[in-house]
Unconditional design. Structure first.
Ligand code: TXA
Ligand code: MG
Length: 364
């Protein structure tokens, strides 16, 4: 019942008036806007805001009622813990039990930035925020607007991605509006985010650090700083009995509504195969996930580009493209594979989840 609580509560939630604010790199916030947003957070309300990865849905992470509101607004099971966002390293010692040298090293290199670290939690952090766990995930975002907001609020901000549970993470304020308008107090519109995929998560509570979610900061980058690091064996999805350690990674997630199949292999063969598969559906019922370079090559179907292979913008565009298929109302999607791209580990992890691990390898 406790797991269902968020879902049931959200169905009964009263519609509220969501206020929209602006932030941009050149002008920052208007002073009175920042004060208003900080007050909403201090009073236990919810504010969605941009980070360098995806938009987050923020609330006071030390206030259990605020965390409950986050679960309810997202329709998220309350056993799926939230990440605490801080604006300065000094704030870390208040919310964790111990900071090991390996954590110091990682923070020195990658904070502020798209890296989340998992520690044993201190007593101040409520179990509502950690989904009942003894550990807490912490991140110091690089995005200036995010850090200013956290600092103004004066508390660690719990912020999952600002989407309804199960939908792709938002990379624009419009995506947030689609999912959460009327359910939260405020949204900060800071334009399109830079990275487009959620932060890398590293668990530091085991002897050898473990990557629980791949992201912009790759295993190689982490290894170059701390030496040994492992991938969570539950991530590969190849063995259904081995569950991922991050509770959120076990859900079918990031998913468009249509059934999706990914084709991997020699690029010419992939394109031929997608054309052939698409031809047995009505053109407006079949979606094709392609790239800037290949979008013109499919004569039949609703072709959506995730970004450019040449310019390495697939990560940025992937979630927006998945949302586009929902708007088009296609019934089935065929996707190119991005396993040869830069940062492919993070991109393929999200794409495979969107496809429910449904991938066809065309090479022998
Ligand atoms: O880039 C990001 O990390 C974004 C932005 C807003 O910062 N946030 C984000 O949060 O992606 P969310 O809630 O959508 O994903 C958090 C993931 C979930 O898979 C959750 O299960 C995992 O982190 N997680 C959080 N606390 C954990 C813990 N103590 N142990 C293991 N996994 C944890
Ligand atoms: Mg999320």
């Amino acid at each position: 019942m406790i797991i269902l609580y968020g879902k049931l509560y959200s169905e009964w939630m009263i519609r509220m008036n969501t206020e929209y604010f602006q932030w941009d790199r050149e002008h920052g916030y208007k002073t009175q806007d920042l004060e208003k947003l900080a007050k909403i957070l201090k009073d236990g309300g919810l504010v969605a805001f941009p980070t360098e990865t995806v938009y987050g849905l923020g609330g006071n992470g030390l206030n259990p009622q605020a965390s409950e509101k986050i679960y309810a607004a997202k329709g998220r099971p309350s056993d799926n813990p939230l990440i605490l966002h801080i604006s300065k390293k000094e704030e870390l010692s208040l919310i964790v039990k111990e900071i090991r040298p390996v954590a110091e090293e990682l923070m020195k290199f990658f904070w502020p930035g798209p890296l989340t670290l998992i520690f044993e939690k201190s007593e101040r952090v409520p179990y509502t925020t950690t989904g009942g766990l003894e550990t807490v995930a912490v991140r110091m975002p690089e995005h200036e607007g995010a850090r200013q907001l956290i600092q103004a609020a004066g508390v660690p901000i719990a912020a999952p991605s600002a989407n309804r549970s199960g939908r792709p993470s938002p990379t624009t304020a419009d995506h947030v509006k689609e999912d959460l308008d009327g359910k939260i107090d405020a949204v900060v519109d800071g334009g399109t985010v830079g990275i487009g995929l959620e932060s890398t998560i590293i668990d530091l509570t085991e002897d050898i650090p473990v990557i629980l979610r791949p992201g912009h900061i790759t295993k190689e980058m982490v290894a170059s700083v701390i030496g040994e690091v492992k991938m969570d064996p539950g991530l590969s999805g190849s063995d259904a009995t081995v569950k991922p350690k991050a509770p959120g990674m076990k859900y079918r997630h990031y998913a468009p509504r249509a059934k999706m199949t990914i084709y991997d292999g020699d690029f010419k063969r992939v394109m031929e195969k997608i054309k052939e598969a698409a031809s047995s559906f009505e053109s407006d019922k079949v979606g094709i996930l392609a790239t800037e370079e290949s979008r013109g090559m499919y004569p039949h179907g609703q072709v959506v580009s995730a970004g450019s292979r040449k310019k390495h913008t697939i990560g940025e565009g992937l979630y927006g493209a998945l949302r586009q298929f929902d708007k088009l109302g296609v019934e089935v999607i065929f996707s190119e594979s991005f396993s040869a791209e830069e940062k492919s580990e993070a991109i393929m992890n999200r794409l495979l989840k969107a496809a429910g691990q449904n991938i066809v390898y065309l090479d022998d």
